[in-house]
Structure formats: structure tokens, C-alpha cells
Write a protein of this length. Sequence first.
Length: 327
Amino acid sequence: MRTKSTALFLALCVSVSLGLSNCRSPKNKEFKLVIVSIVEIEPIAQLRKGFRDRFENSQFFKDNKVTIREENAQGDAGLTNQIADKIAAEQPDLVYVLGTPMAQAIQKKAPNVLLVQGAVTDPVAAGLANSWTGSGKKYVATSDLPPVQKQVELIRLLTPQVMRLGVIYNPGEVNSVAVVSRLRDQITKAGGNLKLVERPIANSGDVAAAVQSLLGNIDAIYLPPDNTAHAALPVLGKFTRENKIPLYATVSNALDQGALATLSLDFTQLGGESADLALQVLGGKDPSTIPIQISENPTVTINGKVATAYGLDVSGFRGKPNVKIVE
């Protein structure tokens, strides 16, 4: 009886041991994670914090010897390529990347490295994923693709007098091009008198000249999820405040610079969701089959003080779902 029990126990131990040896996430593994940012702006800082908080509180992090290194390209194309070369040489276990040009450079030079992107706008248009239902590559992502139709509706409801909508964006950022293209289509589809006035920029230093060229030619400005333009948000905010031009944006911190309203996501939460995707892959799930994760519940935030200064009545927005009015 004792012999049978012992044999059964040994067989169970062997089975468990073999199971652990085949597990993709064994304990006490040395694991290298690199967090790479294209530029330092508030949404990227929030994405990075959300990812680190969720990842560092995971069981995977507790069970393994994880080293985390951070890199920032500071909006410089040369530095972006240098960082991508470094990652290709180092071959870390995972890269959490913030910024589409940075993701493109890394995927091109290090296609075998697991890439997790936070808040990509359109990964298919950027060539990072084969489809929204699965990248077909060692790539997973959360998306900050803005609901352009809702944004156009917000502009028309809150400022019906706006006929000319200015938009500043970097044509070198595929994410911005994708949103502006959708914006054009939506304005055309909606009909009416709203027209788009575009101002392309190559770097953050171009924003001051771009906004000056818009003066007298627009009634409001829309700022898409563009890293280059967002890096100059204080310049844009100062211009719109001084000239009393309504500013619409896709990030909540634009309210601090005098934006009238934002239709934005919780980027800290989005960073946490990116960590969840990373942990799914580390737990054995095939990254090529995981759908791009889109946030479905953006929040409209209206700057009450700015609305009052512009003589706008926002009382009709109070109490509506996913709408906040801040004073």
C-alpha cells in the first residue's frame, strides 16, 4: 500500500516537474524589459506609469528576476534609430513602446522582439499589425483611436458658430494622418458648413508659425493625438487663450492650457491594459492572434471657465453620461 502511494506521489512530482519545464513563464527567470518613449509628454508619462504599476504588481514580476530600463528618443529621429539599433543588438524579452515612429523603427530592426505598444492610433495603417483582429506578428497593442464622429458632433453642439476648423499635425506621424483622414471623411459625410483648414508641421518648433498662419482663417482648432504637436501644447494653448479661439483636444491635460473641451481616454488605465496584454503573452498566449484593444468609453470634459469666457451655455451637458464639466 505504501509502495503504491509512493509511486503515485513520484509520478505526480515528475508530471508537475515536466509541466513546469514546458511553461513559457518559469519562475526565477532573468527577464529584460525596456520601456521606450518617442517624446516626453503627459499622456506618455501616464501610459508609462499605468504599465509599470500593473506589471510590477503582477505575479510574473514577483516570480522572476525582472530588470527594467527606460529610453526616451526626445522627439529626435536620429536618436529613435539609435535606440532601435540598441534594442536589436540587446534582444530584450519585451519592449513596451510609446510612439508609433518608435514602434516602427524597433519592429523593422528587431522583428523577433516581443513588442507591446501603448495607445497606438492605427496600427494597421502604420504597418505594425496585419489587421485589427490580430497583428500576425510579435506585436500586441492598446489603441487610442479617437471616436472622430463623436468629436465632430461635440464641436457642432458646443460651438455651432464654428465654420472653419483648424488642425495641426505632423504628416510624418502615421497615427495623425489616420485621424485627420477620418476627420476629413466625417466632416464631408456630415455635410453642413464646417470646413477643415490643415497646417502640417515637421517638428514642435513649427507650431508657433503654424498657429500664426491660422489667425483670421479659423474659428476653432482641433488637436489630434499627435506627439509632435502635443510637445508644443503650451504654445498652442497660449495662442488660443490670447485670441479666444476654442481649442478641442484628445488629452485631458490640454484643459490646463485653456482647451475648451476634450474627448479623451484615461491613459493611466490604458497603460495598465497594455500590461495585461503583455502578461497574457508571457503566460503563453500567441501575440499574433490577440486583437488590438480599443477603449470604448472616452470621457468628454468641458472647461467651464473657458466656456463662460466665450459666452457659451453648457448647462445642457450637465448630467449626461461620460461628460464632466470642470471649473
